[in-house]
Design a protein around this ligand. Structure first.
Ligand code: AMP
Ligand code: TRP
Length: 335
């Protein structure tokens, strides 16, 4: 039996942080040998909010280097750039024409981002989840490992696939495969260091709110030293009443590899002065191998170019087949 397919992606917007790593990329790496994996750098998504053309290509390149640095293994996985495979935009158009407008207007992330954009909301921002659906459906993905914030987009992807199948497929031959979200319990929602009730995010204006994967050891130390805590003695998991404490304990557990129970026991009598240095050390230790590998990869442009060229070819082969299947189902004149 052939392996199940996995697809996921991250936008090349600014710095990748530990939320991206713990919520998404770490899970891609962990299970990769069991699946046939496609990981894309979703640069078309990155232009749904105003962007700087001078840095887009560089960010795309660096994000691909980080995938490799985090441990994506080309023996099991294909890495490619979304805009290199034109089937993504083409399928998006086809899906657009069967997706009801009010499905998109309901999307929480659209509503949140639209408020931030003020007068500047593009059609692309509204259409963002349809492009994401195209990314997933083109590869007949069985599983999509993402953070908690993408759950609604995955439900929409399934709804779009169901609609296409109902309208254009036959009961025994579906046009599109229904994907399943893969959202781990721990790390699926890493919170800001300056506010335990809001998500750690690339777009937070304060860099102190997040730990970026490429932050120096000194910077990581400074950020943890200054992060928000509470005045209660003894550290406990308690999302309702102690969001910051819960977030920091979870980070410690994930970076140290200790279970939540072990972590709770180890830290139950600690004060912040004792806990912060061990969290700092565990974080630095966990990120160091990624940072070391990143430096080697990003300086070898020839290698990275060849990875992306090969990735594009493999991705195109799969994506073009699905696109053709959908076009045939929709009744287009064949070439
Ligand atoms: P983005 O930065 O929006 O391209 O997100 C890329 C991936 O990281 C997606 O799977 C997100 O769900 C995940 N992600 C982003 N922020 C967080 C966070 N604070 N905690 C956990 N996962 C996150
Ligand atoms: N929308 C996702 C995010 O911001 C990124 C993304 C785009 C994605 N296409 C995807 C994730 C396909 C998984 C599968 O986090």
């Amino acid at each position: 039996m052939s392996k199940q397919r996995v697809l996921s992606g991250v936008q090349p917007t600014g710095n990748l942080h530990i939320g991206n790593y713990l919520g998404a990329i770490r899970n891609w790496v962990e299970d990769q040998s069991n699946y046939d994996n496609f990981f894309c750098v979703v640069d078309l998504h990155a232009i749904t909010v105003p962007h700087d053309p001078k840095i887009l290509a560089n960010n795309t390149y660096n994000t691909a280097a980080l995938y490799l640095a985090c441990g994506i293994d080309l023996e099991y996985s294909t890495i490619f750039v979304q805009s290199h495979v034109t089937a993504h935009t083409e399928l998006t158009w086809l899906l657009n024409c069967i997706t009801p407008l009010n499905w998109l207007e309901r999307m929480i992330q659209f509503k949140e981002k639209a408020v931030k954009q003020g007068e500047n909301v593009s059609v692309g921002l509204l259409d963002y989840p349809v492009l994401m659906a195209a990314d997933i459906l083109l590869y007949d993905a069985d599983r999509v490992p993402v953070g908690e914030d993408q759950k609604q987009h995955l439900e929409l992807t399934r709804d779009i696939a169901i609609r296409i199948n109902d309208k254009f497929g036959s009961p025994d031959i579906p046009v599109l495969k229904l994907p399943n979200p893969l959202i781990r319990k721990e790390g699926a929602r890493v919170m800001s260091l300056t506010d335990g009730t809001s998500k750690m995010s690339k777009s937070d204006p304060s860099d102190m709110s997040r730990i970026n994967l490429l932050d120096s050891q000194e910077l990581i130390q400074k950020k943890i030293k200054r992060c928000k805590t509470d005045p209660i003695k003894g550290l406990t998991f308690d999302v309702e009443n102690r969001p910051e404490c819960t977030n920091l304990l979870t980070l410690y557990s994930l970076f140290s590899g200790k279970s939540l129970e072990e972590t709770a026991k180890e830290c139950e009598n600690m004060g912040w002065g004792q806990f912060k240095p061990i969290l700092t050390e565990a974080t630095i230790e966990a990120l160091k191998p990624i940072q070391d590998r990143y430096q080697a990869i990003v300086n070898d442009k020839g290698y990275l170019d060849s990875v992306l060229r090969e990735g594009c070819q493999k991705a195109e082969t799969v994506a073009n087949q699905t696109l053709l299947r959908v076009k045939n189902a929709l009744g287009f004149l064949q070439k």
